[in-house]
Design a binder for this molecule. Sequence first.
Ligand code: GRG
Length: 303
Amino acid sequence: MKLKEAQQNINKKLENYLPRVEREENKIGIEAARYGFLNGGKRLRPILMYSVYQLMSDNICDELIYPYMAAIEMIHSYSLIHDDLPAMDNDELRRGKPTCHIAYGEANGILAGDILLNRAYELIFEHIEKQMESQMSYKKVHCMIRAANVLSHYAGIEGMIGGQVADIASENENNISKDKMLYIHEHKTSALLKSCFEVGCILAGGSIEEQKKFEQIGSDLGLAFQIQDDLLDCNSNQDILGKPIGSDVKNGKTTYISLYGEEKAKEDVEQLFQKIYTAIQSYDMSKESLLFESIVYIQNRKY
Ligand code: GRG
């Protein structure tokens, strides 16, 4: 219940951070960016970020964290728009609707991703500038800058883009090694999830040790999330998934399942979730937090 409310609330708030059409000249780019962002994502990353912040903070201030939540979702949306492009996965369906480049053309698809990525950082800088003008304490400003730094790091070449580069580079290799596959998952999928946990913790004033603990939770969740994705790609259907199934086999990709088999993949997902629950319980004995509910939701996700 908490999760449904948070999802609805976040959806309404996030829209306000998107650029709006004000002029004819750049209208098509803004429309494409809004389409790519507003076409029905689960909003898991901002929810996770907020739920860690809520769990760790003793003085919750929604206004402090919302721009970061919008930024992470914009970065995630841009990555999906670009991932669907003909030069990458060449997909025509996302979240049950035509992908951004199918709806707006390839050039506008590229630009829509660029718009969202830039807007993400622009709104964080605007936010920090405003907070500094309001005489926020040095310590708080430091946390805000550190959070921005962590976010940009995990989105970049040492994070998600690095994973995508490795994935594209190994596209025509028949059997990639276990280490390479784990590198790709750890960067392409886990990096942004890790950033949600760390940013939530940093903005709440969590210690370095706590940040490290949340980094590990994010990393475990990222791997579990990716293995789930591989399983869904094999066993789900297009109506539920909102995109074609069997794309890993079609693209000749080495996956957790092709390396270890489906049974072990399922067992490993279960073990990773148990590890995550154990780690969260040191903060949330009663299992009543939004974070706990979000993890249960992710564990049971069907798309
Ligand atoms: C183009 C730089 C660049 C990176 C692309 C994220 C990514 C890297 C590729 C997507 C490939 C993929 C399907 C990875 C599996 C994990 C994943 C990110 C799934 C989609 O996330 P959800 O389920 O999506 O949170 P929604 O639609 O709910 O937002």
